[in-house]
Design a protein around this ligand. Structure first.
Ligand SMILES: CC(C)(COP(=O)(O)OP(=O)(O)OC[C@H]1O[C@@H](n2cnc3c(N)ncnc32)[C@H](O)[C@@H]1OP(=O)(O)O)[C@@H](O)C(=O)NCCC(=O)NCCS
Length: 388
């Protein structure tokens, strides 16, 4: 099957979550993504305590469908190999701290010299200019400064401490945005022959994701005060505890939801309140409560732990999990690309690569190096031996 990006090659100088998520989107849509790792391995291989076939579970999550080449970019030979690879590639993505590519002598201007239409995406915490540009960052840093951490806290207790978001959305959101921007740049290049540099900052993207900021800009009021002064129009919702100790999330907002409540519960509009629903649900199990509200046409869900998510028959029927054979971890179940295409469905073909797994394939088949040259690069420590 033809895939949207199967004639595109990406050089992936990324690590941790933000960059690897961005490049994995493209790998899933058919691009050949070559992760270029230092011969001693990138920090995210071992980021968690538990290792599965020698890599953290987050590494398995974020590097599906990629190839891996180890290359020491701090050596003149390593840089030379990299620039030769750039000539044969469409896109370079990196998420080092700003200034790192410049220190390596591999900044956009240098890459552009060898491949004039290259698309170069520089992902970072604060962007390539501005007073904080040199600061290092992780998702939680951008979440904190963009207001999300304070807002999450406010939602549970306006006077309490800030609360961190459960997952690294400060990586996954900006990573998706970076991927989208690269695809737009690719379309521009294909129409005009002109490449470009893309500067994606976690903080900029997380500011853009925060609708409460627009609420503040329009009203001059803090989100908590705005919510008090202008409560959401007719509707009830929130997290509600059930008889068996399980929780549901109800989101019965808007006039049509209210009509459905009046009709199905036989109550007056003015009697509908969160307290009334809580009282009603206290006699129902989680399953009964979800059945009742979804049966009335209201948005309602059980609040799951992850072990329940993976067992849910709907999630399973939507093909959200795929089993692949990993050379060291054996058969492993991974999360599938979530969007369904009618013509070009992304396919999970290979699990996260071992360190240097594709050294030989890339250097001999793509670059045309002979065995002697590859051995020489190994001896000099420019590339590592491929993990077996
Ligand atoms: C994630 C982060 C905090 C890690 O910080 P760090 O471990 O100090 O890493 P840096 O990016 O500053 O530097 C990477 C180093 O590895 C080196 N390196 C990376 N790939 C290499 C390769 N293939 N060969 C040789 N050296 C390599 C770089 O040259 C650099 O060396 P230097 O410190 O001597 O300049 C930082 O990269 C960062 O802020 N990135 C931008 C925001 C981001 O994406 N955060 C992660 C979100 S999940």
């Amino acid at each position: 099957m033809k895939m949207p990006l199967d004639d595109i090659r990406v050089l992936d100088l990324t690590h941790v979550w933000f960059g690897p998520w961005c490049t994995m989107m493209m790998a899933d849509m058919g691009a050949e993504v070559i992760r270029v790792e230092p011969p001693w391995g990138a920090i995210d291989r071992m980021a968690e305590g538990a290792l599965f076939g020698g890599a953290s579970y987050t590494f398995h999550h974020l590097n599906i469908n990629k190839k891996d080449l180890t290359l020491n970019l701090k050596t003149p030979e390593g840089k030379k190999v990299f620039l030769e690879l750039v000539k044969k590639s469409d896109i370079v993505v990196q998420n080092f701290s700003p200034g790192t590519m410049e220190k390596l002598g591999l900044e956009y201007e240098v890459l552009k010299e060898v491949k004039p239409d290259i698309i170069y995406a520089a992902l970072s915490g604060f962007g390539q200019y501005g007073p904080y540009t040199s600061r290092r960052s992780f998702a939680a840093i951008a979440e904190a400064m963009s207001g999300h951490t304070r807002l999450t806290g406010e939602r549970s207790d306006p006077d309490g401490p800030p609360i961190e978001m459960a997952q690294a959305y400060g990586d996954l959101g900006p990573g998706t945005m970076a991927s989208m921007a690269i695809l737009a740049a690719l379309r521009h290049r294909d129409r005009t022959g002109v490449g470009q540099m893309i500067d994606v900052a976690q903080l900029d993207c997380m500011v853009a994701y925060n609708t409460a900021i627009t609420g503040y800009l329009l009203s001059g009021m803090m989100p908590v005060d705005l919510r008090k002064k202008y409560p959401r129009g007719r509707g009830v919702g929130g997290l509600i505890n059930t008889k068996d100790g399980g929780w549901i999330r109800l989101a019965a907002f808007g006039p049509r939801a209210m009509d459905r409540m009046v009709q199905h519960l036989g109550v007056e509009l003015d009697d509908i309140s969160k307290e009334m629903i809580e009282e009603m649900v206290s006699d129902l199990t989680r399953e009964e409560a979800v059945k009742l509200f979804t049966g009335m046409g209201l948005p309602c869900a059980p609040v799951y732990h992850v072990d329940e998510t993976v067992e849910d028959p709907h999630v399973i029927e939507r093909d959200m999990f795929v089993e692949l054979e990993h050379p060291k971890a054996g058969k492993i179940k991974l999360i599938n690309f979530p969007v369904k295409f009618s013509e070009t469905q992304p396919v999970l073909k290979t699990p996260a690569p071992l360190l240097g797994q594709h050294n030989k394939e890339i250097l001999s088949e793509l670059m045309g190096y002979d065995d002697e040259k590859i051995q020489d690069l190994m001896k000099k420590g420019v590339i590592s031996y491929s993990a077996k």
